[in-house]
Each structure stands twice: as structure tokens, then as C-alpha cells.
Design a protein around this ligand. Structure first.
Ligand SMILES: [Fe+2]
Length: 309
């Protein structure tokens, strides 16, 4: 790890700074975001959408980054695959992080393909000791390559493996403990998987160490009757808001992001959803001191360090 790694972990318990309440930056909203003020505190962008030389997306992100903290969220790391790590992808991700200085970089605890074939889906892992060793070793190489710890997100799932020996939350917590990575805890994914597999989502929360949780995701899903499908095309439902309340009580102030990736509404609807998350946070916990909330970090200086000496 280089010295920046230490600097980027700047809360007393080792977590990055609390950014407040953000939304995903989507192409449909570029003009709206650039043209005036918003009520959101930060934006998450899909890393792969900005791994291009020139053109509009990098230009838009440069201008957004001048005003807001940004987090890079990827879907292509495939940390659980048995294929070799994609060094060219890591090079592009490293260049993107150096250019835009995100508060942190995240991807998913999953695999997306094998034998060079891409499943175009975020697939769950078998939760075994062998898989744990495999993921931790690869994650350590990724973090060395990027010069920073990253955060991994729990995926929603529809299948499980008979030979899994650990519940998902124990596997995720152990990956974080052994590798030094953070956790992006998707509250909706916990709810979806809990319904699909028949576990108690509150037990999942209890199994996650608070000092490892860097970020929450909230999203809507679709009820297909026999199972829940993580579609990101609806508002967050009340039971997920309830679970979010419990997560805040357990984990304290955690940077929270609304995901809405399909049937994307007007930006103002996303702002409403983010404001609802903020209201729940504020009524659940005392508002953090202003100095603890990161506002737009000057270009060239990592967000998350804005209020630190
Ligand atoms: Fe998510």
C-alpha cells in the first residue's frame, strides 16, 4: 500500500469520511446536474462508463467532480472468478481513479464469467474456505495494484451452492477482515436475498462488523411472486426503508446512495428518494457535525480528505 492508502481512511475507526446522501449519475441527468444546484451531496458513477478517451462522459465527470465528491463503482472486476485478473481493466481503473480522485472505489463480491466468457451478470460465490482464500488473495493483488483498499458489495442472488459452509454475511465479513477491504452494504440486496433464500435480514446486519461498512445502497426491486428480482426500476419499498433504519442504528452514519438504473425517472424524483433517506438518517441519528460531512473537494485532492488536516 502506498501512503495515500492510509490518508484515504480518515475516520477514527478506519472508515472513509461520511459523504452524506448521493445518487447514481446517469446519462439522462447529465444536463440537469450540470445546469444548476441539486440537493444531493455526492454522486456514484459506473466506472466502465467513463473508461474512454475523450468524448462527453469524461468531460461531464470532470465538471461534476469540481462540485461534488464522486465514488467509482465497477461491475467488471470479477473478483471471484478463476480466470486471471484482467490487468488491462485494472490499468484503466487505476487511471480513472488517478484522474478523478474518487472518495473510494468499489465493485462486487461475485464472479461474472469464466474461461474468457462473460455471463453479463453478478453471480454469487460458494461460501467456502477455499473460495475465501481465493477471493482474499485476488483482492490483495487488486488493492496493491490500485494502491488503495476498495469496497466490495453484497449482490442479490437467486441460487445458492449446496457446498457453501458459511452464511453470506460471515463470508463477506471475513473477506473484509482478511483483505482489509471495506464493505458496500446494499440494504435492498440483503432484503431480496433474504426473501429468496429464507434467511432473516436482521441476522445479516448483525453479522457485519460496523467499522468495515463504508457505504449503503438502496434501490427498488420487483416482486415476482415466487421470488424477488433486483430490478432497480422502482422506488425503495417500506420494508427496505425499515431495514435501512436498523442499519443506521447498528452502523452509524454511512454514506448512502439511491440506485435507479432502469425506467429512470426525472432527476427530481431521485432527489426526493435521496431526501427520504436523509430524513430517515436524521430522525434515527443525531445530525453529524458539519465538519464531519465532506463537501465538494477541490480538484486534485481526494474527496474524503476535504475536512481533514
Ligand atoms: Fe447495489
Amino acid at each position: 500500500m502506498n501512503p495515500d492508502t492510509v490518508q484515504s481512511l480518515d475516520r477514527s475507526d478506519g472508515r472513509p469520511s461520511f459523504l452524506g446522501h448521493g445518487v447514481g449519475l446517469r446519462r439522462d441527468h447529465f444536463e440537469r446536474v450540470l445546469s444548476g444546484p441539486t440537493v444531493v451531496d455526492w454522486f456514484e458513477v459506473l466506472s466502465e462508463n467513463f473508461m474512454v478517451e475523450g468524448g462527453r462522459p469524461p468531460d461531464v465527470l470532470t465538471r461534476v467532480r469540481e462540485r461534488y465528491p464522486v465514488v467509482l463503482h465497477g461491475v467488471s472486476l470479477s473478483i471471484g472468478s478463476t480466470d486471471p485478473l484482467d490487468e488491462a481493466y485494472l490499468d484503466r481503473l487505476d487511471a480513472l481513479a488517478r484522474r478523478f480522485q474518487p472518495a473510494w472505489v468499489s465493485d462486487h463480491l461475485c464472479w461474472t464469467g469464466v474461461g474468457g466468457r462473460n455471463a453479463h451478470d453478478l453471480l454469487p460465490l460458494p461460501y467456502t474456505e477455499a473460495a475465501l482464500d481465493h477471493v482474499v488473495a485476488r483482492l490483495q493483488r487488486v488493492q496493491e495494484r490500485l494502491g488503495r483498499p476498495i469496497a466490495l458489495e453484497n449482490v442479490s442472488s437467486y441460487v445458492a451452492y449446496k457446498h457453501s459452509a458459511l452464511p453470506e454475511w460471515e463470508f463477506l465479513a471475513e473477506v473484509a477482515r482478511r483483505s482489509g477491504c471495506g464493505i458496500l452494504l446494499d440494504i435492498n440486496n440483503i432484503y431480496v436475498s433474504a426473501r429468496n433464500h429464507g434467511f432473516d435480514p436482521r441476522v445479516y446486519l448483525q453479522g457485519i462488523p460496523p467499522h468495515k461498512v463504508w457505504q449503503f445502497h438502496l434501490a427498488g426491486h420487483s416482486d415476482k411472486g415466487a421470488y424477488l428480482l433486483d430490478t432497480h426500476d422502482h422506488p425503495v419499498i417500506d420494508p427496505v426503508w425499515d431495514l435501512y433504519r436498523e442499519a443506521i442504528l447498528k452502523f452509524g452514519p454511512v454514506s448512502t446512495l439511491i440506485e435507479w438504473d432502469d425506467r429512470i425517472p426525472a432527476f427530481e424524483r431521485l432527489e426526493q428518494e435521496s431526501q427520504r433517506a436523509r430524513a430517515i438518517h436524521d430522525e434515527t441519528l443525531p445530525r453529524p457535525a458539519e465538519s464531519a460531512v465532506v463537501t465538494a473537494a477541490p480538484a486534485g485532492r481526494p474527496a474524503g480528505l476535504g475536512t481533514q488536516p
